[in-house]
Ligand binder design. Sequence first.
Ligand code: NDP
Length: 285
Amino acid sequence: GRFREYNTQAPKETQVTQLFSLKHKTAIVSGSGAGIGLQVVHAFAEAGANVAIWYHGNKEALDRAAEIEKKYGVKCKAYQTDVTDYENVKQVINDITEEFNGRLDIFVANAGIPWTDGGMIDGPLSSYHKVVATDLDSVFYSAKAAGEIFRHQYETGVSLTGAALQNYSYGSFIATASMSGHIANIPQLQSAYNAAKAGVRHLCQSLAVEWVKFARANSVSPGYIATEISNFVPPETKAIWRSKIPMGREGEAHELKGAYLYLASDASSYTTGTDILVDGGYCAV
Ligand code: NDP
C-alpha cells in the first residue's frame, strides 16, 4: 500500500474536502469528556472518523459519546482511563483498537491539569509530581503505547486484528501543549505546569524524528481558552490575562477544531515536529 512509502513519496494531490476527510480512520482523544478535547472529538467525528473518548472522573462523557454517534453516524465510545498509569493506558488503547477493528490512525494526548498550589517555594513537592505526571509523563505513556500500534501498521500493512487498512496514510500523534510552554504567563506561580508543557512540545518534536517512518507528531498550544481548567483563577487575574491578548478576548474551545483537524488529516501530510499556537496573538507581542 502507499503508506509503506509515505515517508519517501508525496501522496497524490486530492480535493480539499478529501484532504480533510477522516473517513475510515480511528482516533483516540484523551481528556475529551468536556472542554477542548470534546470539541476535537466533534471535529473528528464530523470529518468521518470513529472516535474513542477518554475521561477520568467526568462520567458525562458516556452521554457525550452517545450524542456524537447519533449526530454524525460514526462509532463513538467513552472509556475511563487514568493517563498517569502506563499499564492502564496500554490496556485501554489495546481494548479500543480491538473494538475498532484493530486499527489506530490518530492519537490526541490532551488530558491535563493546572498547577493550583501556590508556586514553587510555597507549594508542596507532591503537587509538582502530580502536574508533571498528568501533563508530561502521560504524553510519553500514550505515545509509547500508540506508537507501537502505528509501527505495527507500518511494518505489516494490516491492523492488529489483521484487517485491511482502508484509506490509511500514516499515524498522527498530537499533544496539547500550551502557550505556557512558550512563555512564562501570569500568574507567575506556574513553573511546574509551564515546564511540563514545554516538555510536551519538545517530546513531540523529538518523536517526529524518532518515528519518521511510520507516524507524524505535532503539538497544539492553546492560549487562554474558556474551559473548566482555569476556573480556579481569580477574576482579577483573568482580567489581566484578557487585557494582554491582542484579540481582546479569550478563545472558545471550538476555535481549536481547525488546528487539530489539520494535524490529524492528510492536509498536514508534510507537517511533522511542529507546534501550532492558537492564542489570539498572545505570544506574538
Ligand atoms: P478540561 O479541564 O475540560 O480538560 C482536562 C481533561 O483532562 C479533563 O477532561 C480530565 O478528565 C482530564 N484529566 C485530568 N487528569 C486526568 C487523568 N489522571 N487521567 C485521565 N484524564 C485526566 O480543560 P481543557 O479542555 O482546557 O484542557 C485540555 C488541555 O488543554 C489540557 O492539557 C490543558 O492543559 C490544555 N490547555 C488549556 C488551556 C485553557 O486555557 N483552557 C490553555 C492551554 C492548554 P475528567 O474531567 O474526566 O476527570
